[in-house]
Ligand binder design. Structure first.
Ligand SMILES: Nc1ncnc2c1ncn2[C@@H]1O[C@H](COP(=O)(O)OP(=O)(O)OP(=O)(O)O)[C@@H](O)[C@H]1O
Ligand SMILES: [Mg+2]
Length: 229
């Protein structure tokens, strides 16, 4: 792959301590992810897929090691700087959508911008454009509990893309959807991310999804096995 590296991970260590028990998830992990690729993370439940995504997005902290994203060493940032970095540069899609039930679809999409200090009105045109792109233009004023799971995930995708991130992390985005709905959501997600020049890093259990990935990496016993391509 000749594209520039967008995510560089070096010597990453992560252990969770619960009482007397130390659970070593990563033990000196190294990884490069290239700009514009669809990078799929697979592995058994509990192997560390979500942990890796949380470390890459700065939601969780490694014990040791370095994560450089687009030239910024995010492991050297303090909590506030990490939050700002995430808000400005990374899009995240979760398995369970994580929409706020008391806000409308449009308000859910614009919320991250508002938290960043932008006015709702300033973010509204792009939010409406994204709603069109996920085929939900007519549901802008609905509340999440009136939407199907697939529709909620499409809203969550629009929310993740509002600030035009170059890098998108998705943690089993279709894991809570039936096969047909999952396929539709995947299609939209790919179209708006890696097919639009963004980098997509996705944790998944689906061997169907893996077929679309540029590279697949399996996490096993704290190690990464990357398919050559
Ligand atoms: N906050 C935490 N405290 C303690 N242990 C944790 C914590 N988060 C994750 N773990 C443990 O770390 C390991 C990796 O968990 P992780 O959630 O990354 O797995 P996963 O590959 O995403 O699994 P799944 O496919 O079920 O989502 C698991 O054994 C889990 O119990
Ligand atoms: Mg997980």
């Amino acid at each position: 792959m000749n594209a520039p590296v967008i995510v560089q991970v070096r010597d990453l260590f992560k252990t969770y301590n619960e009482g007397d028990l130390a659970l070593r998830v990563f033990d000196g992990l190294c990884l490069d992810i290239f700009e514009g690729e669809f990078f799929a993370l697979i592995g058994a439940s509990g192997s560390g897929k979500s942990t890796l995504l949380n470390l890459l997005s700065g939601i969780d902290k490694p014990d040791r090691g370095k994560i450089v994203i687009g030239g910024t060493n995010i492991t050297a940032l303090d909590d506030r700087q990490q939050t700002l970095y995430r808000r400005n540069h990374i899009g995240i899609v979760f398995q369970f959508f994580n929409l706020i039930p008391t806000l409308t679809v449009l308000e859910n999409i614009t919320l991250p911008k508002e938290l960043g200090g932008s006015r709702y009105k300033a973010a509204e045109p792009r939010a409406r454009l994204l709603l069109e792109q996920v085929s939900l233009a007519d549901r802008a004023d609905a509340f999440p509990d009136k939407l199907s799971g697939g529709e909620q995930q499409r809203v969550a995708i629009a929310r993740a893309l509002l600030h035009e991130p170059k890098l998108v992390f998705a943690d089993e985005p279709t894991g809570n959807l039936d096969d047909d709905t999952g396929a539709q959501v995947l299609d939209i997600l790919l179209r708006l991310t890696c097919h639009a020049g963004k980098t997509l890093v996705m944790a998944t259990h689906s061997m169907e999804i893996v077929k679309y990935a540029d590279r697949v990496c399996r996490i096993q016993d704290g190690q990464l096995q990357i398919d050559p391509s």
